[in-house]
Write a protein that binds this ligand. Structure first.
Ligand code: URA
Length: 324
């Protein structure tokens, strides 16, 4: 293992640790005094840090062991929450700019929560997100926090970039023109918006001060600030497949990668969950060619295959020239 790899792992480990501490502190602020941990998670927490292990190995044929997962997960026995308050450093500007790994090395998910516990944890997460003012400018400009919509037990999650004006007004993701196209795609897959879960990297509309209309891409700082909510959503839903819609969604979940044109259609992994990068539906609104429609549809066919969904010949042939 090279020193650069060890350094990158060490940074990723520190980021994960900071995120875990922040999450535990938030829980504590909300009156939580115990978190339950599975025996495997406890065993993982007792391991030395990944980088320290890597440093102690002269040759490293095996992949790095997974770093411990934040304690948002289900637990078997209650464990006292942080015995002493831990002083929290704000992330450095360099840390904010650092790309995250493109493939997750996180451990296999811990056992799932009961439906009741999952619903309660999701409701708590939603309440925290709806009250969030971590980005004061976005909080001041928003009409609604757009938390997410769909089935919290869904096998399939679609992740977009950020709410636009329509979503901000209605408090629901993907309800504008691009959203209507996404709804059509979901229906063409034989599913409905109610049977999947739809969310975004950012929960607030990126503000556009001085402009009457228009959207802007979220800044890296906004993404970094908001992404813990999405991580928690994914941790609770535990979908079997994630579809990342467009470059910003991929960047938010996997870190900076090659462009979406090269990336789309190729499976990636987010914390052990298969992730399919594809075009954002807004791109299809701008480019309505049959070939581009077919590309996004081929990505969805791969998703359907991965989920074991039935695929008719008609579905297989959509947007092929011969089929019109
Ligand atoms: N574009 C997105 O990325 N998300 C939405 O919710 C709406 C449009």
């Amino acid at each position: 293992m090279t020193p650069a790899t060890i350094t990158a792992m060490s940074v990723a480990y520190d980021q994960l640790l900071d995120g875990t501490i922040q999450h535990l502190q938030e829980l504590k602020e909300h009156g939580v005094r115990f978190v339950s941990l599975s025996p495997e998670t406890l065993a993982g927490l007792n391991q030395p840090p990944v980088a320290a292990r890597a440093r102690s190995q002269s040759v490293s044929p095996a992949p790095p062991a997974p770093a411990p997962r934040p304690a948002a997960r289900p637990p078997a026995s209650p464990t006292p929450i942080l015995p002493k308050p831990v002083e929290q450093k704000p992330p450095s500007p360099q840390a904010l700019a650092l790309p995250l790994p493109t493939e997750s090395t996180a451990p296999a998910p811990a056992p799932a929560l009961s439906p009741e516990a999952r619903a309660a944890a999701f409701a708590d997460l939603r309440r925290r997100a709806l009250a969030c003012v971590r980005c004061p400018n976005l909080a001041a400009a928003r009409k609604n926090v757009v938390f997410g919509v769909g089935d919290i037990n869904a096998q399939l999650m679609f992740i977009g970039e950020a709410p636009g004006a329509d979503e901000d007004t209605q408090g629901e993701p993907f309800v504008g023109k691009a959203g209507q196209l996404l709804t059509k795609i979901i229906q063409t897959m034989g599913l409905t918006r109610d049977t999947v879960y739809i969310g975004n990297i950012l929960k607030c509309r990126p503000d556009t001060p001085g402009q009457a209309s228009g959207n802007r891409k979220p800044t890296p700082e906004e993404m970094q600030t908001c992404i813990p909510y999405l991580h928690e959503q994914i941790d609770l839903i535990r979908p079997r497949v994630i579809v990342a819609l467009g470059a910003t969604a991929v960047e938010g979940l996997l870190g900076k990668t090659i462009g979406i044109t090269k990336l789309r259609g190729q499976w990636r992994t987010y914390r052990g969950i298969p992730l399919m990068p594809t075009y954002h539906p807004a791109y299809l609104l701008r480019n309505q060619s049959l070939s581009e429609k077919r590309r996004i549809w081929e990505d969805m066919l791969q998703v359907m295959e991965k989920l074991g969904l039935p695929i008719s010949q008609k579905q297989r042939d959509y947007f092929l020239k011969a089929a019109g």
